[in-house]
Design a protein around this ligand. Structure first.
Ligand SMILES: Cc1cc2nc3c(=O)[nH]c(=O)nc-3n(C[C@H](O)[C@H](O)[C@H](O)COP(=O)(O)OP(=O)(O)OC[C@H]3O[C@@H](n4cnc5c(N)ncnc54)[C@H](O)[C@@H]3O)c2cc1C
Length: 379
């Protein structure tokens, strides 16, 4: 019997496989696709924090600012000294998987998991690869299999309550300002989320997310903002769960990354949070394997670990996201007036952090009590 089966070789699954294999555990990492990192379903915006965990040369561009476009085409420009990175997501995933393989994990491609069971003695996973069904047993199974996790569906009753639908294209379009991303707010471009354009030289990643309404109709309006209308080179998309599960651990199982909804609610970014959750999962799993305790009570320490680092941030950001999602365009225009002053922009530039935005929100609330008042009133 294996020590660990990790289902999914995205950033969260590969990083966890690497961490556990490095400690000498027997790790099987199953990935349904034949190639790591493909198909790409991501814009690839990350901060430098990600590279503290992962060695990767997948950077396509660096940016230091954002143009936030409000309803009525009014915009503010914000900027930071620290760079934000735009990565080639397929290369990035391959680099993380390379770390797992280098540490001794057994990574199997084209292995689609069909069912997952656990009992008091072991976890059992059935997968299909090369047309054959295979069953493997391990002391614990980890769901790192993304937004539609089969591990979660098989072993957990809860589902992320808020999910963003997305639609994104690679467009043959060169943004004049290669140092800033554009963010489009308002009901024309999204229901409850936002649109974006991210420069990577002569290709721009243009997309949007939307809550409870399909993303495509909004995309058709968003693409009209670009003139001449760009040629579309590739289309991608997919769901992003932006509310984490109350329980991400159970008997002989854990959920990491998107599988547990461990994603930043305000931006939909889940690479950093997925890797952080895997870092803590590796600690809980190694403690469990070493002490022979892989029951749900023992594994609750995983919740404590990851929430200790990012739980408070995700909780507050989730509340702000719900508030934001309910705003109409008139209110957003009011928000523009409140935060477009020089002082507010200075605050944004000095405190803005896409991984930890709650500090900035708090400072803006303090400076603009009317926003805080509406927030507390539930808009
Ligand atoms: C359009 C879009 C744009 C985004 N932009 C950003 C961004 O700019 N920055 C950012 O940080 N995040 C972004 N995200 C979110 C980010 O892509 C995810 O949060 C991140 O990929 C989560 O990593 P993960 O390892 O948990 O899951 P995933 O990357 O989804 O990996 C899960 C893996 O499991 C495999 N799998 C699934 N089911 C099975 C099965 N049954 N058997 C075997 N294997 C299986 C999948 O093939 C996949 O390889 C974006 C998402 C979307 C949709």
């Amino acid at each position: 019997m294996r020590d660990v089966i990790v289902v999914g070789a995205g950033p969260a699954g590969s990083y966890l496989s690497h961490m556990l294999a490095k400690q000498g555990f027997d790790v099987l990492n199953l990935e349904e696709h034949d190639e790591i990192g493909r198909p790409v379903e991501c814009t690839g915006v990350v901060t430098e924090r990600v590279f503290r965990y992962v060695r990767s040369k997948s950077i396509a561009n660096t940016v230091s600012g954002a143009n936030i476009i409000f309803p009525g085409n009014k915009s503010i420009k914000i900027g930071k000294q620290e760079k934000t990175f735009v990565i080639y997501r397929d290369s990035f995933d391959k680099d993380v998987s390379g770390m797992a393989i280098g540490s001794g994990a057994d990574v199997r491609l084209g292995a689609r998991v069909r069912s997952v069971k656990v009992n008091d003695e072991f976890a059992e996973v059935e997968y299909r690869g090369s047309g054959e069904f295979t069953t493997e047993r391990a002391r614990i199974v980890i769901g790192a299999d993304g937004a539609n996790s089969i591990v979660r569906k098989s072993l957990y009753t809860a589902r992320p309550s808020r999910v963003v639908s997305t639609y994104q294209v690679d467009a043959s379009f060169t943004m004049q300002d290669q140092d800033s991303v554009s963010v489009f707010l308002g009901k024309s471009f999204s229901n409850g989320f936002f649109g974006w354009a991210v420069p990577t030289g002569n290709i721009t990643r243009i997309g949007l997310g939307s809550i409870r309404k399909g993303a495509l109709p909004y995309f058709l309006k968003l693409i009209k903002q670009f003139s001449p209308e760009p040629r579309i080179l590739g289309i991608t998309g997919g769901p992003i769960p932006i509310s984490y599960l109350h329980r991400t651990s159970g008997n002989r199982s854990l959920l990491v990354g998107d599988a547990g909804g461990i994603v930043k609610p305000l931006t939909g970014g889940g690479i950093y949070t997925g890797i952080v959750s895997s870092y803590w999962a590796s600690r809980a799993v190694s403690e469990g394997l070493e002490s022979g305790r892989l029951d749900s009570r023992f594994l609750q320490r995983y919740e404590k670990y990851w929430k200790g680092e990012i739980g408070r941030e995700l909780l507050i950001d989730g509340m702000i996201q719900k508030f934001y999602a309910a705003l109409n365009d008139r209110y957003l225009s009011g928000l523009y007036r409140s935060i477009s002053s020089r002082k507010s922009i200075e605050i944004i530039n000095s405190s803005g952090d896409i991984d930890y935005p709650s500090k900035l929100a708090l400072q803006l609330f303090l400076r603009n009590p009317s926003i805080a008042f509406s927030f507390l009133r539930g808009n």
